[in-house]
Write a protein that binds this ligand. Structure first.
Ligand code: HEM
Length: 529
């Protein structure tokens, strides 16, 4: 022992001697080592905490079935594909699990996927303060749409919703039906010309997206862009933004803002945003100035009784938002109105275009239903002087794929199942609409499923293309009115047959078709009434 002590003493002496020699350098070195150690410790602690909370969370999600994963680390990452095969995989998932399942994206990120109305209903009907929009799903839209109705939460959302709701009242929407007729007329004139030139095979998505943008621009800004006939910088920017948002979702490295804003795609996004924002800001500011100058915007054109009584500009969404006031008499700022108008343009054109395109596609596949619908439309328009449809005049769609919400409190489902607080819930609208437990033979096109007689035993949440509950689609009535006008006028004027191209569905923010949705058009003579 004495020998060991002596050796240690010598060693220490030596080290201290060396330490004295190198003391300034050494203390820096020790400091660096210590800091590295602390960082390492903190990191390890963070990883342990993450693992612990993940383990807790996973345990609480155990009541939801977990589909098999390829490996424990990646979980189900990469298995949600935006392709026809991806949709078929959802069909399989719904057939196997029927209500819901858990879904793991890598080791730390999990979701609850819901496919059944009994599970979806409590979530969508929960107060908006309990379920908030998930940032991962919606965050990429923020630089474009700002803090608008679609992306806000809590008190901010409920104030906006109260201020915006009157703008979607039936009495207001009635005035837009003329615009829907007009935009359809422009599209149909173009189709007639194309058919006469021998180009009867057309991509419905392309034409109908332009038409819905055209009508939305008129309803929102009273702006006649002529976009159905010639290209416009604003329209090109809207299309660019819609595509870039989808691309970003699919590229994991681009989820990181730092990399995205330095990438060519991020630069294109910025450029398109500045075009869209510039346009909206100018309209809002000009209209605000007009309002201050001339007072309230002109009242609506009264079309009751079929005849126009006043030839005045129809109040558009911007007018209505400029005039809206909350209970304290406060209105929306220019920036807030800009955000809402951009959101209408985003939320209103692709969705409605997708709905109309798929209705026409299904009717082209089922000539018997197409003939029946056409006969109904012709009956309705019989004795009218004009072909235009009005509000009193006048189908199945699932154009949005999903709604993604974050549970701020635990939510109790039937059968004692609990969605734990903090869970991200993906309400699969597609899965719900293809659930064989609710819809026998879900792939068979049968519009008679919606006959009131056949619907009476079905859950109120079996069909929710516009979502439901406090955060349902504010534009539902607007969209349905436009859809009815466009489909009815199209069937009256054209026969649609399949375009001879295999259709592969492309699930993006809305349901599309790879390479477009091609149909063959045949111009019909006006029916002899
Ligand atoms: C067929 C056409 C449409 C479909 C299928 C549709 C579907 C939906 C769905 C499923 C939601 C809920 C989204 C979520 O919770 O994340 C939603 C919300 C919304 N939609 Fe639509 N939509 C359509 C047309 C429109 C139109 C025409 C407008 C406006 C002019 C519009 C504006 C909005 C807005 C602002 C929200 C957010 C509402 C809120 O959070 O309070 N939508 N829509």
């Amino acid at each position: 022992m004495a020998v060991i002590d002596a050796v240690l003493d010598r060693l220490l002496d030596g080290l201290l001697g060396l330490g004295r020699l190198l003391s300034p350098l050494c203390s820096l070195y020790v400091l660096l080592q210590l800091s590295a150690l602390v960082v390492l410790l903190l990191l390890s602690l963070r990883v342990v905490c993450l693992l612990w909370s993940h383990a807790q969370f996973t345990r609480r999600l155990r009541c939801f079935s977990k589909p098999p994963t390829q490996n424990w680390l990646m979980g189900h990452l990469g298995e949600m594909r935006s392709t026809e095969e991806g949709l078929q995989a959802v069909d399989q998932l719904v057939r196997t699990y029927s209500h819901s399942c858990s879904w793991f994206l890598g080791p730390f990120y999990s979701l609850v996927r819901l496919f059944h109305p009994d599970y979806i209903k409590p979530l969508l009907l929960a107060p908006a303060s309990i379920t908030v929009k998930d940032e991962l799903f919606y965050g990429f839209l923020r630089p474009w749409l700002g803090q608008s109705l679609l992306l806000s939460n809590g008190e901010d959302w409920s104030r906006r919703r109260r201020l915006l709701t009157p703008a979607f009242h039936f009495d207001i929407l009635k005035n837009y039906v003329k615009i829907f007729n007009h935009s359809s007329d422009i599209m149909h004139s173009k189709w007639r010309r194309l058919v006469a030139e021998g180009e009867s095979r057309q991509d419905m998505f392309n034409h109908i997206s332009l038409m819905t943008l055209d009508s939305l621009l008129r309803c929102t800004f009273s702006y006649n862009s002529n976009c159905q006939e010639s290209s416009s910088e604003y329209i090109a920017a809207i299309f660019e933004l819609s595509t870039l948002v989808i691309e970003r979702r699919g590229r994991i490295l681009h989820h990181w803002d730092y990399l995205y804003w330095r990438s060519p795609e991020g630069q294109r996004f910025k450029q398109a945003c500045s075009v869209v924002h510039g346009f909206t800001r100018t309209v809002v500011q000009e209209r605000r100035a007009q309002l201050l100058h001339r007072g309230e915007p002109e009242s609506h054109t009264d079309t009751t009784g079929g005849e126009e009584k006043k030839k005045k500009r129809v109040a558009d969404f911007i007018d209505l938002l400029l005039l809206s006031k909350d209970e304290d008499g406060h209105g929306l700022t220019d920036e807030e109105i800009k955000a809402e108008a951009d959101t209408f343009m985003f939320g209103g054109h692709d969705t409605t275009a997708s709905g109309i395109s798929w209705v026409l596609y299904n009717l082209s596949q089922h000539q018997d239903y197409q003939d029946r619908c056409r006969a109904e439309v012709n009956d309705l328009l019989q004795d009218r002087k004009t072909e235009d449809l009005d509000w009193s005049a006048p189908v199945c769609l699932s154009v949005r794929q999903s709604v993604c919400l974050l549970a701020c409190l635990s939510l109790f489902l039937s059968g004692g199942w609990v969605i734990p607080q903090g869970s991200i819930c993906l309400v699969s609208i597609y899965g719900n609409h293809h659930n064989p437990e609710i819809w026998p033979d879900p792939d068979v096109y049968n519009p008679m499923r919606f006959d009131p007689e056949n619907s009476k035993d079905r859950s109120s949440h079996a069909f929710i293309p516009f979502s439901s509950g406090p955060r349902n689609c504010i534009g539902q009535k607007f969209a349905m009115a436009e859809l009815r006008v466009v489909v009815a006028l199209t069937l009256r004027r054209f026969r649609l047959t399949p375009g001879g191209v295999e259709v592969r569905r492309l699930p993006q923010l809305v349901l599309r078709a790879e390479g477009g949705l091609w149909l063959t058009l045949e111009t019909l003579d006006a029916p002899q009434d």
